[in-house]
Design a binder for this molecule. Structure first.
Ligand SMILES: [Zn+2]
Length: 128
């Protein structure tokens, strides 16, 4: 019985950590796994990396490559096709709404679009 209680307690803690990790993304923030570890210093790195990978697998988070060789993550909302504008000067990332129909129009007819990721580069309002 005692052992059973301990196991339940462990499961609870595990799911609480999982929820905490997802909560970091709730405001629509685009974050690298490293940035998540900085926001959640009480959760070990391995747990954070493992859970982010799981959330991506489950389609809850989406992986975005706005930086070279570093993956960023954000909540994967249905019917949300926003892409990212990256300022060349201050590295600020600004979400830009893109209509997927517009993407389909510029792709040759014999190709089937399943997914797309656009990184648009330039200067933000402050840097221009
Ligand atoms: Zn800028």
């Amino acid at each position: 019985m005692q052992q059973c209680r301990i196991i339940i307690c462990l499961i609870m803690r595990k799911s609480q950590k999982r929820e905490k990790i997802l909560e970091v993304f709730k405001d629509g923030d685009l974050l690298t796994a490293h940035q998540v570890t900085e926001r959640l210093p009480d959760i070990d790195r391995a747990t954070i990396y493992r859970n982010i990978a799981l959330y991506v697998e489950q389609g809850i988070l989406r992986e975005v490559n706005v930086q070279k060789n570093v993956s960023s993550y954000e909540i994967n909302k249905e019917h949300d096709y926003h892409q990212h504008f990256i300022c060349n000067n201050c590295n600020k990332i600004i979400p830009v709404d893109i209509n997927p129909e517009d993407i389909k129009k510029i792709i040759p007819k014999f190709l089937v679009v399943k997914d797309f990721e656009l990184n648009i580069k330039g200067l933000c309002k402050n840097c221009d």
